[in-house]
Write a protein of this length. Sequence first.
Lengths: 330, 502
Amino acid sequence: MNFGIRITKSYFGAVLASLFFSPWLAACGGNGETSPSGNAHIKDENNYTVTTGLTIPVKETQPGADLEICWDKVTNDFMSHPLTEETRVKAVHWGDITRLTVDQIEEQFANGTFDNTKWVKKIRTLPVPDPSKTCGKLSEFHTGESYLMPEQDYVVSNDNYMLLFASSEIQGKGIRSAMFIKPVEGSTVTKVDGVDGGPMLDFSADLDKPKVDIPAAGPWEVEWSQLTRDAVGEEVPYQKLDNLRLGFYPNMTATDLSAQALDYDRIPGATFYNVAIVKGARSANLADAKTKDGQAFSGFDQTDGLWLVAIECSECYLPAPVAVVGLNPI
Amino acid sequence: MKSRLAILALAGTTMPAGAAWADGGYYSGTLGAKATGRGGAFAAKADDLSAVSFNPAGLANIEDTLIEVGNQVSYNAYSYTRAPTYDYGHPDGTGAFPLVAFDKVSNSKPWQALVPMLGVASRLGLRDWAFALAFAPQPGISQLAFPLFPLTSAIAENGKRDGQRYMMIDREAMILKYVASAAWKYGEIFGVGASAEWIHVPRLKYSLMIDGSAFADVANPVWSDYDMLVRLEGSSPFTFNATLGAWYRPVPSLVFGLSAQVVPTSIVADSTLNLTAFGGGFGSEGVYLTGRTGAPANDVTLTLPLPLLARVAVRYRNLVNNRERFDVELDVEYVTWSRVKDFTIETNGLQANYGPTTIDIEPIHIAKQWRDTIAVRLGGDCAVLPGALTLRAGGYYESAVADPAYAHVDFPGAAQYGGALGASLFVRRFELVAAYMFKLQPSVSVSEGQARVYQQVPGSPCAEDPTLCNPNLTGPAPVVNAGAYSASSHFLSLSVLYRFGL
């Protein structure tokens, strides 16, 4: 049985953000090993697919100025989730992108094809260890011992300059919002306010895919060795997968969930079991999955609702699950 | 998207290995005190345990049984001053690229105290046969170490004091040889011999810096916030090699010698690769390696080709009442260093990880562009006090193994000259041998326009797409081997020979 509902979900544009800023592109993938075990087999045709569109705001400013960058207005991330202490802005990254227009950058970020080795000339970061700090100067941004020099680095040119507001100092990780800043002759603007990430990304997911059969009575070994592409069509980063989330959404259909897709991992009344994925593994056993309270998964005894498995990667640029598939207990 | 991490520009790597006679490429120094005192002109004389390497056929001329124990101490000076270069990665306050002048760097481990040799050769009571077993590390520069300074907030000082960092920081190689030889002669007319060699490399280390920047237009010829320190450590339990030799004595006063190292082989070292974030651009997480399965891994395989070698020698003996008063020998060696086209590192699917990023590490081929060499050696002995004291001297010239464009701090590659003095003191059945050799590589200067050793920047797209290269560069990355090189070595060899069964 397929999911017949399109789930619209804003997502992070992590593909865009992180790939852009990290000096190391997500290699995503690598040579997988085929797991010989498992009795619930996830394949490409079972996985949800995603299409994205991105509109990143542009702020014109004074060229060469030591701009004041503020992020106190960044209160929600790309998924429209309020920022918490854990997800607050802990770093702002600045990047110099060359040879691409804004439209091209937005398109490549949205579909995950942006290659920073081709287009990024320089990255600088402003760490924000103090939660009370909400603004900083461009001249404070640095990488190692190299500091951003606005009079040289932020000048009118064919390059585009981008700010990423992130919950991690690691370039490319935990991006919550973004914007372009553009030096324009004659502009006297020297202050830039970051904005919420939610409105930027138009995201749609198609879960109208065949469900994965799984024995209701067990065993419940879920394997994904035949899964080669993630939700946006990139290679699966097997060695980065770290959590399998089993969710039961009582009295919900795919249609109901689609309307709340942004909150798939926090639907009130839903039950979630999590099992850690061994680094590089291609399978996990649902019998090892537990709730936050430590209650172990005991079977598909609930039938009036939706069973969903999500394969997650906390270090991946794509914060949305790498794979989301429906389960069909038989 | 993936970036290929070529890592190990392991230029040169640590592989002094193999034969005892040539001084270019991996090799340096001469095995045995007598051979050393003659400047290495020993293929025709070959009358002590060094014959296992120089010319195993010479073993047939030993008298009954010979035990030899020796050691070589050396002082190996090697200095390099990188040519001034513009630091395109760190413009000054005006936007101009500073011209950085570098300090002279020198090998900080010049002393090498232990290169022992020991073995035994014997006729085992046979008239025309002789056999030998010997153990000897490869004489040469087993360690080279140059400075490495941390990056500091005083960025104008960064990279100036260790201009060689992107070529090599240090290397160490322990190469042992176990040799078994046999020789046969036909009267006093001619002899043949062969040595089977087991080359054992218990330790092999090499380190250098690479620039881990992965951006368009990247150019950090002096230092980088994404500098990564790469260390390779490995070993090789067994590599087989063999030497064949012969001598011909048409008249008592004239001897021709011929020997050759004939096995086209390579040293294959199972190694580990370690990566450390050196620049501040990586943040607190640093960089780590994993294998294909995602588990931590760092195994690589390093392959270093060994050359073939051929030597011809002619020796004149001045005989008085059938006793040799003095001799003079001329040796010409030809070494096929051109077999060393590159050093190959098979990376076995390693991946480098930084934060959420993974990079495939492709197999690495380090071009050396070495060429065949010719060495001419002239040396001889003089029995000052026959039966009591013999003095010897010698000298040699060896052509350059590397084109100056590929000059490097890992192995001196320019033409070399050497001179030696030695002596033997005979006390009963003992022969005490001492020798001193001086080896000089005259200063070699390489301009940035000539230089062809490039910085390793594995994340740069320049090599694949020249349009993404920094416009200030003329190659895929900054050249890092321009500058002035000079090297010299002092060798002191001592041997004790004990003959019995006379």
